[in-house]
Each structure stands twice: as structure tokens, then as C-alpha cells.
Design a protein around this ligand. Structure first.
Ligand code: TA6
Length: 304
């Protein structure tokens, strides 16, 4: 007899030296670190969808390699952002990569369930201080929902009195069977900036395949992207809202050897597709306004 009873188990745990939450449902398991409200791992029916480095260390103040780090209130190297985003920091060249929150403590503020889904709501434990010594007027809130799919909703609220711009990305690391064999659907004909070719503009020809280090910022992206993985006979879907840009990254051989918490051969089993608001897709909020960047992750068998 089918039952519409949905049950889950949520318990406090640790990952290395970090406090974390483990959430289990009938067929899925999710780990979230309080530091950065960072999803660490996500598997469904025993299969990992989100990749976590086997050298990942849960060290205070250091982002964990893998999962879904939050890049906010800027993505990447601040000087590479539009001037309106650079204004968030008094010295952009000294600003940390990927913003101010992925190594900060967040609190699980609320747990709620509706239908067949459980929602975890995280907020920063303490306000982020802006360069002027005042609390940053942009406030983030992350809701992680687990049901048939995994969903992230990063809401930013402008609590100040000035127009504010920011960039952001859900820096998702996806598990793949073999980077040489997979490809990304949905970016065909999209313009992109290649950060490895001096940030020059290009246009994507056909599906995105991988044969070298890849680090591209795509624009005018559609709301659905997918990864075809013949090795695991699955298609991994990324459905997004509030985003028209995405970053695609694989470090390949040489960069992999320079990365922290990253085995030399790990580049073969991972791929980052980062649901973003970058370059000409940044967010600008008037006082009192808010915006939501959302991503749903799910997979289905790869039809022959
Ligand atoms: O999103 C791609 C990227 O900006 C790469 O250039 C690489 O730096 C990656 O992020 C990881 O950055 P992290 O600071 O986490 O090592």
C-alpha cells in the first residue's frame, strides 16, 4: 500500500572540526556544514550527485573542497567584477576570492516540512561587516529543500538605504564517472568569457566537452542545463531560476596539483557548473528589495 507518509531524520554531526547537519529521507542523504551553510555531500539511492574531495578537511575558516560553496556577495576575484560590485569592498585587490560568507558561521534558523519535502533555513550567525566598519546592508538567507529533488534558494535582501549591486554563484561540484566521457547540454550558442584566454569573448559551439583545464563564464544561459554521463548511464539536471549566467570549471591535470584538499587525479571525477549572477547578469537591489537565486538538482537514467 502506498503511503503518503514522508519521514526524515535530521541530526547534528561533525565533519572534521566543523559542526554539520545530516539529513536523511527514505532514499536520499544530505550533509550540510554550518560553516558557509555549505552542502558537503548529497546522494540518492546510494549514488552521489554532489562531489566531495576525499582530501576534504573540515577546518574552521577554510572552505571545504567540494559540495556547494556559496560565492557571495561576489564571485571569483573581485577586481574581475563590474565596478558596482567592487564598491562592496574598500580594497578590491585585497578582497578574498568568492566573497565573504563561505568560511563564516551560519545558523540553522528553521526546519519545516510540507508535502513530501523538508526545508532547512540557514542565516549568517553574525552580520558581515562591510569595509566601512558598518554591517553589510545585504543579508543572505539560504533555504535547502530535500524531497524528490534537492533545491537551494539563496535570497538576498537589501536592508539598507542605498542601491546595492552584488554577484554570486552556487559553486556546485558535481560527481561524474569520467570527465573525458561526459558533456553538458544547454549551453550551445551561448556567449562565454574564457578566463584562461585572458577573459576573451567566445561562443559555445555544440555541447561542452572536456579535454583540458576549463574555466568559463557563460551568459544568456537557459533555465535548464544537464550533464550526460554515459559511464553512470544518467543525465544530471540543473533547473535554475533568477540566473542567466553560469560558470563551468574543471582544473584538469596541472591545476589539480596546485589545488588545496584535492587529489592529483580527482579532476577526472568532478565538474563544477555554478549557477550564477555574474558579469552583465549581476544583481542590483533598491532599498527593501530582495532577489532569489534558485537551483534544483535531480537525475534520470540516460535514455539510450
Ligand atoms: O569557479 C571557478 C573558480 O573561480 C576557479 O578559477 C577556481 O579558482 C575555483 O573557482 C575554485 O576556487 P577556490 O577558491 O574554491 O579554490
Amino acid at each position: 500500500m502506498s503511503s503518503d507518509l514522508f519521514c526524515y531524520q535530521l541530526q547534528r554531526t561533525t565533519f572534521g572540526q566543523l559542526n554539520a547537519w545530516q539529513l536523511k529521507t527514505s532514499d536520499a542523504e544530505l550533509w550540510v556544514a554550518e560553516q558557509g551553510a555549505q552542502i558537503l555531500a548529497y546522494q540518492r539511492q546510494g549514488q552521489p550527485l554532489i562531489w566531495l574531495s576525499d582530501q576534504a578537511q573540515g577546518l574552521p575558516g577554510q572552505p571545504v573542497r567540494g559540495g556547494v560553496p556559496l560565492c557571495w556577495p561576489w564571485f571569483g576575484h573581485l577586481p574581475r567584477n563590474p565596478a558596482a560590485v567592487q564598491a562592496l569592498h574598500s580594497n578590491p585587490t585585497q578582497a578574498p576570492a568568492h566573497g565573504l560568507v563561505r568560511d563564516q558561521p551560519w545558523h540553522l534558523q528553521q526546519v519545516r516540512q510540507n508535502d513530501q519535502t523538508v526545508h532547512l533555513v540557514f542565516e549568517l550567525a553574525t552580520p558581515i561587516m562591510a569595509s566601512d566598519g558598518q554591517p553589510l546592508a545585504l543579508k543572505p538567507r539560504l533555504t535547502i529543500s530535500l524531497g524528490e529533488r534537492l533545491m537551494l534558494e539563496l535570497v538576498t535582501h537589501n536592508t539598507g538605504t542605498q542601491l546595492l549591486s552584488f554577484s554570486q554563484a552556487l559553486h556546485s561540484y558535481f560527481a561524474v564517472s569520467d570527465i573525458h566521457a561526459i558533456h553538458i547540454n544547454g549551453l550551445e550558442d551561448c556567449p562565454y568569457v574564457d578566463s584562461l584566454q585572458n577573459w576573451t569573448p567566445h561562443t559555445q559551439q555544440g555541447p561542452v566537452c572536456f579535454s583540458a583545464e576549463t574555466d568559463r563564464l557563460y551568459l544568456n544561459t537557459p533555465s535548464q542545463l544537464s550533464i550526460d554521463d554515459p559511464g553512470w548511464q544518467r543525465r544530471l539536471y540543473l533547473d535554475s531560476q533568477g540566473s542567466r549566467s553560469a560558470v563551468v570549471w574543471n582544473p584538469w591535470i596541472d591545476k589539480a596539483q596546485r589545488l588545496s584538499q584535492f587529489a592529483d587525479d580527482a579532476w577526472q571525477q568532478m565538474l563544477c557548473i555554478e549557477t550564477a549572477n555574474v558579469l552583465d547578469d549581476i544583481c542590483t537591489l533598491a532599498p527593501g528589495e530582495h532577489t532569489c537565486l534558485s537551483l534544483s538538482i535531480w537525475s534520470a537514467p540516460l535514455s539510450a
